[in-house]
Design a protein around this ligand. Structure first.
Ligand SMILES: [Zn+2]
Length: 107
């Protein structure tokens, strides 16, 4: 039986694999490179990550790993492994998922 007030899940846009919980969103006003809207999550699931790379973003140098759907390998966003700027430290171990790559799972 479906629970009407169960957790609100986000799913992969390609295969509907559950990748994140709405309650784990840290920031919804996140803008990724190229003006793509994105959400910052404290926790994600069912994802695979690529190798660590240093990347210079709008907010400075970060070590990040690309994040893919563990099922269909769709590129979904990236995880912050290390931030070099003190003001960006809160992002460490958090994951950015690009908004158009994820869909609400029936809510
Ligand atoms: Zn997928």
């Amino acid at each position: 039986m479906a629970d009407a007030i169960g957790p609100r899940l986000y799913a992969c846009c390609n295969c509907r694999n559950h990748v994140a919980l709405h309650d784990d969103i840290v920031s919804k006003s996140f803008v990724a490179t190229g003006e793509r809207r994105a959400f910052l999550f404290s926790h994600v699931m069912n994802v695979a990550v690529g190798p660590k790379v240093d990347r210079r973003l709008i907010t400075g140098l970060h070590t990040v790993t690309d994040v893919y759907c563990s099922d269909c390998r769709e590129y979904l966003g990236w995880r912050y492994e290390k931030a070099y700027d003190e003001a960006q430290k809160y992002k460490e171990s958090k994951t950015v998922l690009i908004k158009f790559k994820i869909v609400k799972d029936d809510w």
